[in-house]
Design a protein around this ligand. Structure first.
Ligand SMILES: Nc1nc2c(c(=O)[nH]1)N[C@H]1C(S)=C(S)[C@@H](COP(=O)(O)O)O[C@H]1N2
Ligand SMILES: [Mo]
Length: 205
């Protein structure tokens, strides 16, 4: 199954550009690489994605199993807290909703999730920002496997939040009872990071 969502009829410009650009951002056509640390390179045969709840393993998929899950395409604008925004980026992967279904979870067990990555990067997310088609574990960008520098083989994509929430090389999604700050959130960045509310730093909005 391939579901395509969010395609726009034509490229936008002018006034529309202003309307779709969050406060303090500028548009770029580049795709900057921003990583705290080295690019991670886990061979596909060693790669797994897991869902955890309170330290217990709920589900795990190897690469082959993960690729067999329902695929969704999303076309979205992305916004980095360093102020670049990139319009109309196209991704393919497995939505968070489909992951939960595949994990046999009829309802999400808690309201908070921590994403854990190869290399130790973490970022915290609220369930409401992951569910209802808002987020996916993406494996493809613009029709090609995501490059290692951009988080391939699989990265989280949470396009409506600042891009630091889109964890590269994601390996584990851990449900938690309480909200805990991830890597950037624990050094002064905002706990949620909504670009439209300009939630850049702790204490903003
Ligand atoms: N694992 C991991 N994921 C990460 C980061 C990181 O350092 N490590 N940086 C975040 C930040 S700050 C941004 S802006 C985006 C950058 O993604 P890109 O390099 O594909 O542009 O990845 C996010 N995900
Ligand atoms: Mo960033």
């Amino acid at each position: 199954m391939l579901v395509t969502r969010g395609f726009k009829g034509k490229r936008r410009g002018g006034t529309d550009t202003a309307l779709r650009l969050p406060p303090g951002q500028y548009v770029t056509n580049d795709f900057p690489v921003l990583t705290a640390g080295p690019t991670q390179r886990t061979p596909l045969e060693k790669w797994t994605l897991s869902i955890q709840h309170g330290g217990q393993l709920v589900a795990t998929w190897n690469w082959e199993q993960f690729e067999a899950l329902p695929q969704t395409e999303l076309q979205r604008d992305i916004h980095c807290v360093t102020k670049w925004s990139k319009f109309d980026t196209r991704w393919r992967g497995v939505t968070f909703d489909d992951l939960l279904r595949a994990a046999g979870l009829s309802a999400p067990p808690t309201a908070f999730v921590m994403a854990h990555c190869d290399g130790g990067y973490t970022t915290n997310l609220r369930l409401a920002d992951l569910a209802d088609g808002r987020a996916m574990v993406a494996t493809h960008f613009e029709g090609l496997p995501i490059l290692p520098a951009h988080g391939g083989p699989a990265r989280l994509l949470v396009p409506h939040l600042y891009f630091w929430k889109s964890a590269k090389w994601v390996r584990r999604l851990a449900f938690r009872e309480e909200e805990k700050a991830g890597f950037w959130e624990s050094v002064g960045y905002h706990i949620r990071g909504d670009p439209w509310l300009e939630q850049r730093y702790e204490g903003d909005a």
